[in-house]
Design a protein around this ligand. Structure first.
Ligand SMILES: CC(C)(COP(=O)(O)OP(=O)(O)OC[C@H]1O[C@@H](n2cnc3c(N)ncnc32)[C@H](O)[C@@H]1OP(=O)(O)O)[C@@H](O)C(=O)NCCC(=O)NCCS
Length: 164
């Protein structure tokens, strides 16, 4: 299946919000408080992603969307040149393990034109995906969110990763 990646447009915000909510509820069940997942709102996420798309210099950076086949948006991600960091990367549960995440990752890494880093929440199986793409775990840190301490690990690629 061919995967295409392009910069997001404002009219992608609704589909991105749908993928965001669906993927969070699937991937973070048992890792984040259930009330946080239940309380996710597509409408709020749509507004948030529309703001991010309008402001590529903002905290999330440039937003990209991936399509595969005729099913609309299969995944999305965002990447901040200022931070040298991939800030988000999500593939809809029904579209995972078909190369969408890899294609998004490489497009965003190439957009950075240099070292790449990103944070992975403790217990998230996505760590295996980043290791498959050559990332190595580095610094560990905790962040306080939703009244709890969340552990996370920074994955790094010292130079632009080669497509494998
Ligand atoms: C992690 C994620 C982005 C991977 O995307 P994907 O489209 O499923 O991954 P791909 O199909 O491109 O996989 C690329 C390679 O990584 C491997 N891989 C994918 N997920 C993996 C995992 N959880 N553990 C180990 N390897 C994995 C694939 O088998 C493939 O390897 P291959 O080349 O040997 O076939 C996706 O599963 C996802 O969105 N997960 C939920 C949200 C999330 O945790 N996002 C990351 C936040 S830091």
């Amino acid at each position: 299946m061919g995967v295409t990646v392009r910069p997001a447009r404002e009219d992608d915000a609704e589909a991105i919000a749908g993928v965001h909510v669906e993927t969070w509820r699937d991937a973070y069940a048992g890792l984040l408080p259930q009330e946080v997942l239940d309380g996710l709102s597509r409408r709020r996420q749509m507004r948030r992603w529309r703001r991010a798309i309008r402001d590529p210099e903002g905290e999330l950076g440039q937003v990209f969307v991936a399509g595969a086949g005729a099913d609309g948006i299969a995944g999305f991600g965002s990447v901040s040149r200022e931070a040298g960091e991939i800030t988000t990367l999500y593939v809809r549960p029904g579209a995972q393990r078909r190369g969408v995440g890899r294609m998004l990752f490489h497009c965003m890494a190439e957009f950075l034109e240099g070292p790449v880093s990103l944070w992975v929440l403790d217990g998230n199986p996505a760590a295996g995906f980043y290791e498959r793409l050559g990332g190595r775990p580095g610094v560990r840190a905790t962040v306080e969110r939703w009244g709890m301490e969340l552990g996370r690990t920074r994955y790094c690629w010292p130079v632009t990763p080669k497509r494998i």
